[in-house]
Design a protein around this ligand. Structure first.
Ligand SMILES: [Zn+2]
Ligand SMILES: [Zn+2]
Length: 153
């Protein structure tokens, strides 16, 4: 098992066909806000800030849909910071920049090792879904090809 290589796989999903059912901060806090539904699904509750402003944003859980609810108006083009409302950890991606506008991106952790990334600039809708820990999923798809006897997934 020692020299296992890690690959990143990106998939494309049609907009608004998928609702995020569970998202957490890097420390594992549940970010879902059942009390603030958007499109009939629990939204993703996050604390945000820019300059001296602090507020609460509820992200649209439908992938590719942006009917977010924000308690203060964020100026168009403003880059904000996202934090976990429970443990205050930054949700900012320290490595990647937005491929569209070069702003910082935020990262939400999904069950099974998935990651949902989005741009932190208001008005930029760049976002992507990544399944980073693909072992279980890939084994299911490529079981024969991988050819690991006795592994039942
Ligand atoms: Zn947290
Ligand atoms: Zn952007």
């Amino acid at each position: 098992m020692g020299d296992k290589k890690t690959e990143r796989v990106e998939i494309r999903v049609p907009s608004a066909s998928l609702a995020v059912a569970a998202a957490s901060c890097p420390n594992g806090c549940d970010l879902m806000a059942a009390d603030v539904p958007i499109h009939g699904h629990p939204s993703i509750g996050i604390d945000f800030s820019f300059g001296d402003w602090k507020g609460k944003i509820h992200l649209d859980p439908m992938y590719g849909s942006f009917d977010n609810i924000c308690d203060i108006e964020i100026p168009e083009g403003q880059e904000v910071d996202f934090r976990c409302p429970k443990c205050a950890v930054s949700l900012r991606d320290e490595k990647d920049l937005c491929p569209t506008c070069s702003a910082r991106m935020f990262v939400l952790h999904l069950p099974g090792g998935g990651i949902l990334e989005g741009c932190l600039r208001k008005g930029c809708s760049a976002h992507r879904l990544r399944i980073v820990d693909v072992d279980a999923q890939l084994l299911r798809v490529f079981k024969e090809r991988v050819g690991l006897p006795g592994i039942d997934v």
